[in-house]
Design a binder for this molecule. Structure first.
Ligand code: ADP
Ligand code: ASP
Ligand code: MG
Length: 427
């Protein structure tokens, strides 16, 4: 008998038929003698609908009230699934984050899980019930509902798996695993059987939203066996055997394997949510970077790539990127300090994207960057900014070239699916 936490995303819970299908899958696992805790997302589109309602009241809705409301999507989904499981002849009970005591800090809209009291869930499981928990939400020590940020149900799933010492956390979604890149961009994307936590964390941070970043951090920290797999594959019989463990979905592992056999690049991530700001002609003297960036970070705006040009005539140009939703705010802040920092000109471009190559194999291979730049040059794609770390290289390019860049890099780095390999499931 295994204890499994299964998380079902919005598309997997998107219609009543799909919810019934999830219930059937849960039954197969339960019938095989496993203890099952299910974490659900809101039905697809529901969270966006709720956020849109809030924004019709205010562009910056009160954070506490926003959480009270936006958390209801998961509450509806959890009860519908529990009903569907009961219809399958299995005892099930649903609980909100507060009811199973998922305690968070009080950072509304982006709360962090601090503690989970697993006693209630364990008691329910011991009584033979399937436990369904609303994802994406928690509660503060004062009893206020919080939410964990978009995509946060992944983190609920992993956190529960960590607290319960589950044998595996299974993230069921609309594709059958983690691919070399978003399979919606190239049909040549290849499913990975395994990926390391470190690589998955880079992929998620660099824009691959198949897993919420925090869920990967959590899984790495608490060594939670984590698997991404499809909720649309009805052939699985609910056996947690070697065949399942080796062949289904993508396993996120600690093991880097034999680095000699590692491909240099494991995947390509991209992020459309980028905007670039250029501050031209500032005096090139100590303190200038800090004078530009401190007011931006004081406004809780995250800064990503940074570039300072060589100085000419004692002046320099300074560029950096922010998330697109923060673009207008960042420009307004700089307009206010333009005279203080003695900038000649400030302008921005929110028509840019970041494309990144990720792979632990990069550590032992030189020449990845030059090959990447060469491929982009051959495709006439201009690079605006570059940033690197030990296991990734990112470039900022015009959004119109995103597909071309991803596809050509995917081919050039040998990631394309070969004829014999299975086609993408789920799309
Ligand atoms: P869910 O609603 O189940 O949480 P998400 O939409 O959050 O699903 O995540 C699944 C989606 O992530 C896929 O449909 C796919 O388009 C996208 N995605 C982005 N990058 C990747 C990748 N490298 N591998 C697989 N899916 C990816
Ligand atoms: N429903 C929430 C969202 O759409 C959380 C989740 O699906 O993980 O972001
Ligand atoms: Mg998701």
């Amino acid at each position: 008998m295994a204890l499994i936490v299964q998380k079902y995303g919005g598309t997997s819970m998107g219609t009543i038929d799909r919810i019934k299908n999830v219930a059937k899958r849960v039954k197969r696992w339960h019938d095989n003698g496993h203890q099952i805790v299910v974490v659900v997302s809101a039905m697809s589109g529901e969270t966006n609908r709720l956020i849109d309602l809030a924004q019709q009241i205010s562009r910056t809705p009160n954070p506490r009230e926003y959480d009270q409301m936006v958390s209801t999507g998961e509450q509806v989904a959890m009860s519908l699934l529990a009903m569907a499981i009961i219809e399958q002849g299995i005892e099930a009970r649903s609980f909100t984050g507060g009811q199973v005591a998922i305690l968070t800090d009080d950072t509304h809209n982006k709360a962090r899980i601090e503690d989970i009291d697993d006693a209630k869930i364990r008691a329910e499981l011991a009584a033979g019930r399937v436990v369904v928990v609303a994802g994406f939400q928690g509660i503060t020590s004062e009893g206020n509902i919080t939410t964990l940020g978009r995509g946060g149900s992944d983190t609920t799933g992993v956190a529960l798996a960590a607290a319960l010492g589950a044998d595996e956390c299974q993230i069921y979604t609309d594709v059958d695993g983690v691919y070399t890149t978003d399979p919606r961009v190239t049909s040549k994307a290849r499913k990975l059987d395994k990926i390391t936590f470190e690589e998955m964390l880079e992929m998620a941070s660099l824009g691959s939203k198949v897993l919420q970043i925090r869920s990967v951090e959590f899984a790495g920290k608490y060594q939670v066996p984590l698997r991404v797999l499809s909720s649309f594959d009805d052939n699985q019989d609910g056996s947690f055997d070697d065949n399942f463990r080796q062949n289904v979905g993508t396993l996120i592992t600690v093991d880097e394997g034999d680095t000699m056999e590692q491909p240099v690049i494991s995947g390509i991530a991209f992020n459309r949510d980028e905007a670039k700001i250029v501050v031209r002609g500032v005096p090139d003297r100590p303190g200038v970077a800090s004078a530009i960036l401190t007011p931006i970070s004081d406004a809780h705006i995250e800064i990503d790539m940074i570039l300072q040009n060589l100085s000419t005539d004692g002046n320099t140009d300074f560029s950096f990127t922010v998330n697109r939703p923060d673009f207008d705010k960042a420009l307004a802040i700089l307009a206010n300090i333009k005279a203080d920092i003695e900038a000649k000109e400030i302008h921005g471009d929110d028509d840019v994207v970041k494309v990144s190559l990720v792979g632990v194999g990069m550590r032992s291979h030189a020449g990845v960057a030059s090959k990447m730049f060469q491929v982009l040059a051959e495709n006439n794609i201009n690079i605006q900014m570059i940033s690197t770390s030990e296991i990734k290289i990112s470039v900022l390019i015009k959004e119109q070239y995103l597909d071309k860049a991803v596809k050509s890099l995917h081919t050039a780095f040998g990631l394309d699916r070969t004829e014999g390999e299975s086609k993408i499931a789920g799309l």
